[in-house]
Design a protein. Structure first.
Length: 443
């Protein structure tokens, strides 16, 4: 995307995805691919989900298979069905409702982080993953870790495998192919989800997203079908933690490599009373808030958003046929130098003087399918960071090499070796290498 923007500018329309293959012969390559970067394109596409439909998170599967059902979660729904399911799950995610959960969120974070080992190497990404997953299941899925955690793990593995491309690019359903394995794993996941759903039946916890789906009726008033449950629950679960894990991991890495900022954030926390602080006080800390925003800007958990034209239409004034695929680059939108000076630099202080709109700060998307979980995300990220920082100083273990992958969230590939020390304020960056250097200009 960066190269395309450098060569062609923020809008590039490729009429043949692979130029030397005649498109009439290869159906998949017969539609244009459009790469865009910038608020105007984001607005045009995201405000019109009837024309520009989201692609699913998963690659789909054979007819009547669990793999195909899995890909029909909220993000794939359109029209009345989308509005219906969205209206069901939005109330518990509203600011007021999440604020009421603040103290519980803080307590869970403190309990979990207290168990993190000090003075020995850990995989930072793995610890961030379990922390966020625990909090999300505790607060948004009825605290049912026994069932929720294995389903979260399975869904996360399936999602990561899909974006490894092997399954999506060669959809041959045989026992030995990656796609065949994917189809079988999706069936196992579905069985677990339906078993979990049975436990939720009759439970009227109006904060439990899984219970809400199971115990509500469909848009036509009929009982929610197993197919709907099998699609919605894994989608909601993965949405609730996957992107937050990406953001927390990056925030910890960025703070470890920016000692001055880490010291200032710790000062802000200490002034407010550190350990005895309330969740509300943490959520209102200005520099902590700016640190989270800056992490999300620089390394957006969902750096690319994909849409497909449902009808012949136009984009930026160009006629494009039905089936045209468009990629909106959140990563590049968030680096518009007119809004974000020195866009590749991690500089939380910039947020004192800017207030970009949703289409210029492309983190939670925009329009009718924008993220309803943004307030939960901000709250959990601030509470997790405050809890970790007040207790631990984190040091990346040299030689530090961080490569990034997009599967589909932006994550460090593999382990992130780190050591936790009791917090003493002695922050120090380590020499760093890896592809992350192409995304962040470290001091
Ligand atoms: C830092 C954390 C998060 C980020 C960056 C994020 C980002 C996004 C983005 C970009 C989309 C739109 C995707 C697309 O249309 O292509 C989205 C949708 C969604 N997100 Fe989040 N999200 C985060 C956390 C959460 C949380 C905590 C929840 C809680 C359940 C959540 C629930 C959802 C749901 C249900 C949708 C689908 C909305 C719809 O289609 O109407 N997200 N998110």
């Amino acid at each position: 995307m960066r190269e395309s923007k450098r060569v062609f500018g923020p809008f590039a329309l490729f009429t043949e995805a692979v130029p030397f293959i005649r498109y009439e012969r290869v159906a998949l390559l017969s539609v244009p691919l459009v790469l865009t970067a910038g608020a105007a394109f984001n607005r045009e596409v995201l405000q019109d989900p009837a024309t520009w439909r989201s692609v699913g998170l998963f690659p789909g599967g054979p007819r009547n298979s669990a793999a195909r059902r899995l890909n029909q979660g909220l993000m794939r729904l359109t029209g009345h069905r989308h509005a219906h399911y969205r209206s069901l799950i939005t109330p518990p995610l509203r600011r007021l409702q999440i604020n009421e959960l603040g103290e519980r969120m803080l307590r869970v974070a403190q309990e979990r982080v207290a168990l993190w080992p000090v003075g020995e190497p850990i995989d930072l990404a793995g610890y961030a993953d379990r922390l966020i997953q625990d909090i999300a299941i505790e607060l948004l899925f009825g605290a049912d870790r026994e069932y929720g955690a294995p389903i979260a793990e399975m869904t996360s593995r399936l999602l990561g495998r899909n974006w490894g491309l092997s399954a999506a690019a060669f959809p041959i359903n045989l026992p030995v192919t990656p796609y065949g394995q994917y189809v079988r794993d999706a069936a196992v996941l579905e069985r677990h989800v339906l078993a979990w759903a049975e436990r939720k039946r009759g439970c009227n916890d109006d904060r439990d997203l899984a219970a809400i789906v199971v115990n509500s009726s469909d848009v036509d008033g009929t009982a929610t079908s197993e197919a709907t449950i099998a699609a919605q629950i894994p989608t909601l679960l993965i949405a609730a933690f996957e992107a937050c894990v990406s953001a927390l991991t990056w925030a910890l890495i960025l703070l470890a490599q920016h000692p001055r900022i880490a010291r200032n954030v710790l000062d802000e926390l200490s002034k407010t009373g550190a350990d005895g602080m309330s969740a509300e006080a943490i959520i209102n800390l200005a520099l902590l808030d700016a640190t989270v925003k800056e992490t999300l800007r620089l390394l957006p958990p969902l750096p690319l958003h994909f849409r497909v034209a449902q009808v012949d239409t136009t984009l930026a004034g160009y006629p494009v046929p039905r089936g045209t695929r468009v990629v909106l680059s959140a990563l590049l939108t968030n680096r518009n130098p007119k809004i974000y000076q020195d866009p590749d630099v991690f500089r939380p202080e910039r947020w004192q003087s800017i207030n970009p709109g949703v289409s210029d700060f492309m983190v939670f998307s925009a329009g009718p399918q924008s993220c309803p979980g943004y307030w939960f995300a901000f709250s959990v990220l601030k509470i997790a960071l405050a809890t970790i920082l007040t207790r631990h100083r984190l040091e990346l273990v040299p030689p530090v090499r961080i490569d990034y992958g997009t599967r589909p969230t932006l994550r460090p590939v593999g382990r992130v070796p780190a050591v936790l020390h009791p917090q003493d304020g002695e922050f120090a960056a380590r020499p760093i290498a890896g592809t992350v250097m192409s995304l962040v200009q470290f001091a």
